[in-house]
Design a protein around this ligand. Sequence first.
Ligand code: ZN
Length: 197
Amino acid sequence: MISPNPSGGAVLRPLDVLRTDDVNSVITLFGHYLSEEFERTKEWPDGTPVGATLFTTVMEVEGDVIGFASVDVALNAVELVYVAPAYRRRGIASAVLGEWRRQCPRALCAKAPVSPTGRRLMDSLGIPEAPRSAEDLTEIERAHTEAYAYVAAQCGHKRGHPGRPCKRCCQKHLERASVSAVMMYVNAVRAGKLALT
Ligand SMILES: [Zn+2]
């Protein structure tokens, strides 16, 4: 049977860093991802929508970007998939992964750790979880320690400690982190310092 909405009603296309709308949407959605993940795990979230070795797809419904997904093309590993809550359970994320699989003959895997929702999605598509390399884990650990130390130094609420600062300030810093992570990449591409993946 052919589904009338093979992509859950979404248009899938590459992120266009020259489009302000695209960039702003990804910043907002990435901010929501960070906030949701931090609430869920109480840990600094991993994964990024954009990067030098990442290819980024955006999902659009009626002209609005409602999700993004990034894949590390060097490792053929899913980096991060995010769909806004109102658009989940329509098969949009599966459609993106299916599209990537069609475009690349190499077997797709997903970078660990995968969220419980992501795990169900990957399992349904038979995409295995790939452990992070030792270098990746060291880098993640370093980034977490640095972020926590920064937040602890800024916090005026006298809660938490340097290794686990106050939640309110973590959330505030995550909002800023979503802007800086995306804009650092966008500005580098726009300045011609980074080639598009
Ligand atoms: Zn605080």
